[in-house]
Design a binder for this molecule. Sequence first.
Ligand SMILES: *[C@@H]1O[C@H](CO)[C@@H](O)[C@H](O)[C@H]1NC(C)=O
Length: 584
Amino acid sequence: MATYLRLFVAVFWSIAFLYILVCACLFPLLGSQHNSFLDEDDDDGREVLADFFKFNTCSLAAPSGNSCQSDGKFVFGVATAPAHVEDKLNDSWLEFAKGHDGHYPVRAWLNVHAPENRLKFWTQPEVELLLAKELGVTAFRLGVDWGRIIPVEPLHGVEEAADKEAVEHYKWILRRVHDYGMKVMLTLFHHSLPKWALQYGGWTDQRTIGYFTSFAEYAKQQFGDYVDYWVTFNEPHIFVLLTHCSGTWPPGSKRSTLASIGCFTNVGEFGIAMKAIGDAHIAAYKVLHQGTSKSMVGVAHHVGVIKPYGFLDIPIALSTKWLTEFQWIDQIQNHLDFCGINYYGQEILSAAGLMLVDEEEYSEAGRGVYPDGLLEVLNAFHKRYRAHHPSLKYIITENGFADSRDLLRRPYLLEHLLAAYTALKQQGIPLEGYFHWTLSDNWEWADGYCPKFGLVAVDRIHELKRHPRPSYYLYQQITKTGLVTRKQREREWNILQSEIKRGGSRPFCRAVDDRQRMWADGLDKPTMRAIAEKDWRFGKSPTQDLIVYVLRSFEVIQTLILDVIQVLGGRANLQSQHEPMRDL
Ligand SMILES: *[C@@H]1O[C@H](CO)[C@@H](O)[C@H](O)[C@H]1NC(C)=O
């Protein structure tokens, strides 16, 4: 027996030693984490820090067959999604949120007044459109719901299956966007499969590729006259991960952590579905470009800056980065006029969980704030694709911050715009526009109504009455002048600092386990969290110390051991479980 034990210990330490060695060798692959792009001219007394309208964004990319949509003027916009805003929509999300067998997988939904109304964008689109017009944006990103337009499996073609009334109403909305002087960015697939496609397996079934292509062709026939930018797919890897691998999204078949990890590989369902979505994009790109069309076709790709929590998390961080950063864009790169980037911030990974680190700042939705990352991401993409695709343009198709107090959103907006401007000015990246996520507080997927992403607050009890937050007016100043000034930057940062001095806190909507790991679960009611003291402004984030990674590694080992003990002890499910509250 003692021999076996000794053998076991020897094997354990050999593996541990090798693993640590591998981590150490991989460390340089994480790349530089420090930026000082703004430092050099930060103190030269300039009043204007960014002047977006000074640049002709068309001249930055090599001319291509497609005209430059913006005529060179930087585009400011806002972004929305059908599942978040449309009422009278009997989609998979509604069915999912209603729950089954006493299980309610969408948080902060049952405790909200008339949640199924969303933002009443179907019956009262004018409310949102007028708010956007007043905001001064020159583009509006919205989507059409595939399942609304094609409510049954189109076994005999889309023409027969399509809901013509719904199509006419969408046309009316799109015309209205133009009437109000805004360009249309139209998303065809935004995290929502028609129920009939979900039933037979969605993107792991090849049928979906053909169905999507014919839907795109139909959308082009019906809406082509009104669309300036097509977004075929929004954040497909997030959709696949949460739908197929973790089962956090409809239809919601939850899986064990181990099964999720197996799924989240190139040979698992993740790889199969991503390949299918890539093929569907390429087919859709071709049909959207048929005939004479000035519109541009692209995707909205989610990119976060992925960081390891400790030294030992480097391999998992690198493999996540490898699976999610460029892989899908590589596949479709020859069929893109623009690459849309949805950037929210940094994700600190520890094993299979995201960490909530005390010193770091997060939005209510649990996304880490890191404005420098936006420039890092734009740089990385431009560097990778510019040689083969000199005409490829970039658009920030989403960037935003859940913050019901609107204290952090204002500096967040300014700092990310400074990062975007640096990409344009110093790096010459052909960045055509910036879309803020989002206009009014929305139903945020499985998080329900807890995180408040809106520039405008919504009183759900009083007929969805809108109350623009200060950041609405701040963005309005910027869309009208194209300027970000030193005064704005100092003012918003100082307001936040005085709130920190007062010991102010802010809501937080994500479930956290006893070792500070955030799983995909949201909360029905927010908890309060201190505002971080860190100076996270653009160009000021300090380099992460190597020693911090090493120290955290010990913590990670301890966590792993405790996890194993817990699993052996029968508490296999570490995810926090919450009973939904019904206070209405
Ligand atoms: C929504 O669709 C489901 C079938 O998916 C159906 O059972 C239900 O009655 C529909 N609800 C409404 C309000 O139409």
